[in-house]
Design a binder for this molecule. Sequence first.
Ligand SMILES: *Cc1c(COP(=O)(O)O)cnc(C)c1O
Length: 433
Amino acid sequence: MDAKSKALFETAKKYIPGGVNSPVRAFAPVGRTPRFIASAHGDRITDVDGNEMIDYVCSFGPGILGHAHPAVVEKVQEACRHGFTYGAPTENEVILAQLIAEMIPSMEVSRLVSSGTEAVMSAIRTARGYTGRDKIVKFKGCYHGHSDGLLVKAGSAALTAFVPDSAGVPADSVKHTLLAVYNDRASVEELFQKDPDGIAAVIVEPVAANMGVVLPEDGFMEFLRRITRKYGTLLIFDEVITGFRLSCGGAQEYFQVTPDLTTLGKIVGGGMPIGAYGGKREIMEMVSPAGPVYQAGTLSGNPIATTAGIATLKLLKEDKDIYHRLSDKAEKIASSIKEAAGGRVCVNQIGSLLSVFFTSEKVTDDKGALSSDVLRYADYFGYLLDHGIYTAPSQFEAMFVSDAHTQEDIAFTCETIRNYFLKSPSASICYTE
Ligand SMILES: *Cc1c(COP(=O)(O)O)cnc(C)c1O
């Protein structure tokens, strides 16, 4: 059933670290062999052994329209005929920046880069340049890409001892990064009280989706808006996942809280590599060549990638009902899990993002997320995979619903999930391959 994937993985491990180009793809947390993908259309993804699966990974977010949407494919094919990259400005970049500003009005001025990591790294540099301050606050469990300063975890000592979360990151690179707890106002207040004039920016995922899906409690984003204003600190919403996913205007439209800077990735490229960061003109004019904050990119604003991005955003913008359809499908899945599993799991869902945590606790922060039983998650994942449903290969990644998911496939997914939990009525879930 997965002979070709297994063989490819063995070869891959000889030439690529761990056999993959991004760690989560290795399926290590779920103890399976990664499926090597041959193609994907609509809500289906097909591996090299010919297994067709209903895909809820959606490339970890970009695939909001499903795979190979015909209108996007057509535009991209046309664009390819005109050359791949020029190292010179194009009309597409202007169109995409305008479209971003229309859909997310706080992004008056934006700069395109090639990944979410780059967008966040550059937004933070801009915030530091603008405020003349060095420190930043991030939340435990939020992910903002793999730049040095953001790979940080709590040390064993007091609240102030933060250490690198990766080998190869100098302790000095994280000394300006302070950690707070998601949904915990006091943890943020304490950091500001210790250093009222030193914090350039607070960066947050307005819905955390990299520790599984964790929703902000009522008023938490408003609180961050107030406290950052009070201390002259910029508020950065990392909307690499939530941008164009929760609504046309992202989480900031959904919650009606306006940040100073926003970072985008994933959906904004329509499946091609793009990131973007932007905000008020006054702040963004700090960026080179308008201002003194240096940031550049050979492939930034790539014509093929901007074509895919523009086509995708236009479809989202013109379809008034799409966000309603998306959340309706995600709600169906969420309620079928709740019905079948009862209090054995915690299901967090908002819009087309959802997570099932194998814990009886209510998950509101990284500690709650970490209380889940990852072996049970692995078991659940394996059952779904063997029944043709491809979900996140880690407890700490979201399940993504796309507009291409058909009602039949949603119903089949709900049924399969129900069967899984019915098979394991007791606390000990024990599905094995
Ligand atoms: C995926 C992600 C990033 C990093 O984006 P890449 O394109 O993988 O570099 C940053 N922030 C958030 C919230 C993300 O989900």
